[in-house]
Design a protein around this ligand. Structure first.
Ligand SMILES: Cc1cc2nc3c(=O)[nH]c(=O)nc-3n(C[C@H](O)[C@H](O)[C@H](O)COP(=O)(O)OP(=O)(O)OC[C@H]3O[C@@H](n4cnc5c(N)ncnc54)[C@H](O)[C@@H]3O)c2cc1C
Ligand code: FES
Length: 369
């Protein structure tokens, strides 16, 4: 029987809803973004709103990111940023960036992006979206700037008038660090089945009567007793996600209901450090770059990207996790063991391309670089 409520619920989870929303902007294609507005969200977080190309609407899914590219002190730098605006507003795309101490791109964006400034970017990409896991009831867990993909999903749900059952639990250092606090409170007023909870590690200078500390199973069970029945989307620093994943596992959540995206480049370093010390890991291979004729030797336990960096070879990269596709390179000779997270298509693999950030050599290599 046709159920209009369920039909509406399905819309957020249906990729075809977003496919009809604007022009396709391929993740391999660069376009120019023109900054239209800069919004101070907190003391160290800003949102930058952009028109894309000639201002035509752009198609993407809530939770996807784009890879922005800038020339910073003579070096070309690329970084991924989630599109924090929803696809229901396809004419103006925003990213929300936390200033990272010592960070190249985040500081450059904060210091240089003004209305009228331009930036190059690759099109939307990523599979951390509700379409990958349709659900009637969701739990969004975020910390710090990890709020952005979940904000896009929440805004999209409200814009579509879905009144979805969403519980959004956000952790921040202090009350002053809560990104989108006022907007989330306003969205709760618009959608009775959206509930938000904020948790702060410390009270900061502001008065804070809310809970302090880190997310625990006890607190989660109190706020969201039915958490194990929900589709869970988590985003934040690597340490936060490890803790959340462990507590949800202890709480009996089916791992199939758990989805996460990491913004943290150190997350990609962990598996490498933990690579088993077996005979293969001890092997070394020679890598040759066909265009520059540079060569270097690397261990089988390292990723090609990490080894190239050590050897002083600059290869464009961003996520270091096999997500964004920035480090895609053709392997002309030799073989690698690649463990990616959706940043490359099968047809590209068939043509010989590999993501160097998540590829370890199994023979000597010649790369098209
Ligand atoms: C899919 C995805 C989506 C993302 N979305 C967002 C988002 O919505 N908002 C957001 O704010 N961020 C987001 N990020 C993170 C973002 O891509 C950047 O990683 C972040 O802004 C930091 O970049 P940066 O160039 O400023 O810092 P980097 O220059 O990359 O430095 C990062 C940190 O590492 C340190 N560092 C740099 N080089 C070294 C070194 N050689 N040795 C030791 N430490 C070093 C720096 O001091 C700094 O603390 C996302 C990441 C991914 C993968
Ligand atoms: S740097 Fe993102 S896929 Fe390799």
């Amino acid at each position: 029987m046709f159920d209009p409520a369920l039909e509406a619920e399905d819309r957020l989870s249906n990729a075809s809803t977003w496919e009809s929303g604007g022009n396709l902007w391929a993740s391999s294609e660069q376009q120019t973004l023109t900054c239209c507005r800069v919004v101070d969200e907190t003391h160290d977080v800003k949102s930058f709103e952009f028109r894309v190309g000639d201002g035509s609407p752009v198609r993407f899914e809530p939770g996807q990111f784009m890879t922005v590219s800038a020339n910073v002190q003579g070096q070309s730098v690329e970084r991924c940023y989630t599109i924090s605006s929803p696809p229901t507003r396809p004419f103006l795309l925003s990213i929300t960036v936390k200033r990272v101490p010592g960070g190249t791109m985040s500081n450059w964006l904060h210091d240089n992006m003004k209305p009228g400034s331009q930036l190059r970017a690759y099109g939307p990409s990523g599979s951390f979206t509700p379409t990958s896991a349709p659900a009637a009831k969701s739990l969004y867990l975020s910390a710090g700037s990890g709020v952005t993909p979940l904000m896009s999903m929440t805004r999209a749900s409200i814009d579509l008038g879905l009144d979805r059952d969403i519980v959004f639990v956000h952790s921040a250092r202090t009350p002053g660090d809560i990104v989108f606090r006022k907007e989330l409170q306003r969205l709760v007023e618009l959608s009775p089945r959206l509930r938000t909870f904020f948790l702060c590690e410390g009270t900061g200078d502001e008065g804070w009567s809310g809970p302090t500390g880190r997310l625990s199973l006890e607190l989660l069970s109190e706020w969201v007793p039915d958490y194990a029945e929900r589709e869970v989307f988590t985003c934040g620093p690597a340490g936060y996600m490890t803790a959340v994943r462990t507590l949800l596992h202890q709480g009996g959540l089916d791992p199939a209901r758990y989805h996460q995206e990491s913004f943290d480049f150190t997350a990609a370093v962990v598996p490498e450090a933990a690579a088993p010390e077996n005979d293969t890991a001890q092997e070394t291979f020679n890598v040759k770059l066909s265009r520059s004729s540079k060569t270097f030797t690397m261990s089988a336990s390292e990723t090609v990207l990490a080894a190239a960096r050590k050897a002083g070879v600059a290869i464009p990269s961003s996520c270091s996790q096999g997500i964004c596709g920035t480090c895609k390179t053709k392997v002309l000779e030799g073989t690698v063991d690649m463990n990616h997270k959706g940043g490359i298509r099968d047809r590209e693999v068939q043509k010989g391309f590999r993501l160097l950030c998540c590829s370890r050599p199994t023979s000597d290599l010649v790369l098209e670089l």
